[in-house]
Design a protein around this ligand. Structure first.
Ligand code: AVJ
Length: 326
């Protein structure tokens, strides 16, 4: 089943599945039920997210691409600092579509740096490496597959150069506000004087614009959510009936919380790894938060986690911002 992988890799795989099983059973055993959106990204989920990014209504990608196409000079200027060599660590690198503009610019300017993409999906990392080796041959790449903080520790162990951390795409929005503050504080603790954090935030805007990005009539986002149930079926010997769950999206313009749920359409029992999970009719599984921010929310986050804001780069519509913190 595991082909020619080493025993060590097999251990890692079974450990990963073990953790997945444990977390799913715990999250579905509680009330309210939830699942963690970090598990969306198996190879089918990666592909569905690529389809989401290509949707007209999913404005986030184009907005941040606008920033990376037109304001890369500014980003490069700030992170180059005093020309000290650095490692550019990207959290949740995905296909590196946006960051590749920055990578190319730094290579063209002969900047001394290496690129360390971190992602939970080994599948997307191998695609990324193949593509970047072809398109930017002189780029030094070290792929790190795993959870963010464990991999940052690994990056620090591998190289003593100063660090610039990229966290794009409003991935920070996948955390509840308190968790985001905790996350930024931990990141701040791991970094040193002279290090930088470049982070993307989706901004509060007309509520309908936001809802349209996540409640698409084509049903791709629904499929993206339902794929996690399918993944649990595939990997944890479960028997979710995908026709008995429906995607439901909300956006609260006061808090900026954009949340997705899967609603159980009937009273039903699902078996996961020999354990029975009961669902009431209309019971929700809370799937994902995609938090939206005001400029003030962002300043507050920097302040509470100990970072000093250096610069803010907006897209032409002012719908999205990439901030540079020191
Ligand atoms: C990858 C976390 C930025 O929250 O906008 C897209 C994921 N979920 N559509 C987001 C997602 C539904 C996306 N992030």
């Amino acid at each position: 089943k595991f082909g020619l992988q080493s025993e060590h890799q097999q251990d890692n795989i079974s450990q990963t599945i073990q953790k997945f099983r444990q977390e799913v059973l715990e999250d579905l055993g509680n009330t309210p039920k939830k699942l963690s959106s970090k598990y969306f990204y198996d190879s089918i989920g990666d592909n569905l997210f690529q389809q989401i990014m290509a949707m007209q209504t999913y404005y986030l990608t184009n907005c941040e691409l606008d920033i990376f196409k037109n304001k890369t000079a500014d980003i490069a200027h700030f992170i180059k600092a005093d020309e000290e060599p650095f490692d550019l660590i990207e959290l949740g690198a995905g296909d590196a579509m946006k960051s590749s503009y920055l990578l190319r610019r730094l290579i063209d300017q002969d900047v001394n740096f290496s690129y360390m993409p971190i992602d939970i999906s080994g599948n997307i990392l191998s695609l990324l490496k193949t593509n970047l080796n072809k398109s930017i041959p002189n780029l030094e790449i070290t792929c790190l597959k795993g959870e963010y903080f464990e991999m940052i520790d690994q990056a620090t162990a591998l190289s003593s150069r100063r660090k610039v951390v990229l966290f794009l795409g409003s991935n920070i929005g996948n955390m509840e506000l308190e968790e985001a503050t905790q996350f930024c504080s931990s990141l701040h603790q791991k970094l040193n004087v002279g290090d930088y954090l470049v982070m993307g935030f989706d901004l509060k805007k007309h509520p309908q614009t936001i809802l349209n990005a996540y409640d698409d009539p084509t049903g791709i986002t629904a499929k993206f959510n339902l794929n996690l149930l399918a993944r649990i079926n595939r990997e944890l010997e479960a028997n979710f009936d995908l026709n008995q769950f429906e995607h439901y999206q909300t956006y609260d313009p006061l808090s900026g919380a954009c949340r997705s749920y899967l609603i159980s359409l009937a009273a039903q029992q699902v078996i996961i790894d020999n354990q029975h999970i009961s669902f009431l009719e209309n019971e929700p599984i809370y799937m994902e938060i995609s938090q939206k921010f005001s400029d003030n929310d962002i300043r507050q986050l920097a302040h509470q986690s100990g970072f000093s804001p250096i610069s803010e780069l907006y897209d032409s519509k002012n719908w999205f911002v990439d901030v540079i913190w020191q």
